[in-house]
Design a protein around this ligand. Structure first.
Ligand code: ADP
Ligand code: MG
Length: 354
């Protein structure tokens, strides 16, 4: 055999050994997946690891955390019921204008986040939106456009200035009777992050949690490459407009296509502008990529309400990434996402790389 032939043979054997070991390590990794309906959405958790028996135990702990957060923020139980007593948000709302309420450390953390980003977003994000959300009743059987007079009469109750948080006492108080908190914009992401932390405590190193479009991945995928997450076309069912690649991060989308109704040829959806009380109309969808699913969920709602340029500027300032489809059909993203985003060809949108 020539010297070149020898080299080739060694190379081929080397490749074969590498291939077998990858194959073996893939064989060793077990997958466990499970789905539950939680917080008004389908939550799916997939975990990977060598120890098959440990996987369901870890997933049960993760769902435990999600159920715990869901119970804390449930705002619809009737006053005086056991469900309301277990929900911090229900008790705070019931005691609006009456007295402060002692809350769980996680509720306190969510409220502090909400207050901070209400200010940073110049009021685009506001968890005291509850009374106006109730007028629209998006979650109900027959959502309808409220009379403009009732929106105008209700808007003074949307007022984060009147949300008092006492960190030392761990209490929260809505100063005006009739005010209502609605943590729907951040609770799912916050719960997702808590679920991920539970998986990590159980020794899991690879996982994907999908809570109705709130995606959080742990580690890389089973091929040791970044996870590939699709961003939906806001007007085309299951078609995708782009793919983001992620490792150890969250990608959370807020869109006008999740919960909406149509009347007089107009689309009315569930993300409201806190100053007008009507659905925000700058964007069709906003996806935020960040290390923390709670922050990503909060910011996807905040950025959705904001004008594209303002959202991009705030995202840069906060060190998070976003990609949005504007109401005019432009796809734009922060420059930090350039290496992690693949905009798919053939969509009805105009791609404006920055
Ligand atoms: P989804 O719940 O569909 O994942 P979002 O995370 O964007 O979507 O949250 C939308 C929810 O946020 C609404 O159902 C409502 O409870 C709440 N919300 C609506 N508008 C605002 C706003 N401007 N600021 C804060 N919360 C809002
Ligand atoms: Mg959100």
């Amino acid at each position: 055999m020539t010297r070149r032939g020898h080299l080739l043979l060694i190379l081929c054997l080397g490749l074969l050994v590498a291939g077998v070991s990858v194959y073996l390590s893939e064989r060793r990794i077990k997958e466990y997946r499970s789905e539950q309906f939680l917080m008004d959405t389908l939550v799916s958790i997939k975990v990977y690891g060598d120890d098959a028996a440990a996987l369901p135990v870890a997933v049960a702990a993760a769902y435990g955390e999600m159920h715990r957060i869901a119970a804390l923020v449930d705002r619809f139980p009737l006053t005086g019921t056991e469900e309301c007593r277990r929900s911090d948000v229900c008790r705070i709302n019931a005691m609006a204008g009456i007295a402060p309420v002692r809350v769980d450390a996680d509720t306190l953390a969510m409220l502090l986040l909400a207050k901070k980003y209400q200010e940073l977003s110049a009021g685009a994000f506001d968890v005291t939106i509850g009374p106006v959300m109730d007028l629209w009743d998006f979650a109900g059987e027959n959502p309808k456009i409220p009379a403009s007079s009732s929106i105008v009469a209700t808007l003074p109750l949307v007022d984060s200035e009147s949300l008092e948080i006492n960190e030392i006492e761990s209490t929260a108080y809505l100063r005006k009777a009739g005010m209502k908190l609605d943590l729907g914009a951040l609770a799912k992401g916050y719960a997702t992050e808590k679920a991920l932390q539970a998986l990590v405590r159980q020794g899991i190193q690879k996982a994907l949690i999908d809570a109705g479009g709130n995606i959080r991945v742990l580690g890389s995928n089973t091929r040791n490459a970044p996870w590939r997450i699709g961003i939906k076309d806001p007007r085309q069912g299951d078609a995708l407009v782009a793919i983001v690649t992620l490792e150890d991060a969250a990608a959370v989308t807020s869109g006008d296509y999740y919960r909406y109704f149509e009347a007089d040829g107009q689309r009315y959806h569930h993300i409201l502008h806190p100053r007008s009380g009507y659905p925000a109309h700058e964007n069709m969808s906003v996806t935020v990529v960040s290390q923390d699913a709670g922050l990503a969920d909060l910011l996807s709602t905040a950025f959705f309400v904001m004008k594209g340029e303002e959202a991009l500027a705030l995202a840069d300032k906060l060190g998070v990434n976003l990609v949005l489809v504007s109401a005019a059909g432009r796809i734009v993203h922060t420059s930090g996402l350039a290496a992690h985003l693949e905009v798919l060809p053939g969509g009805a949108y105009r791609y404006d790389p920055r």
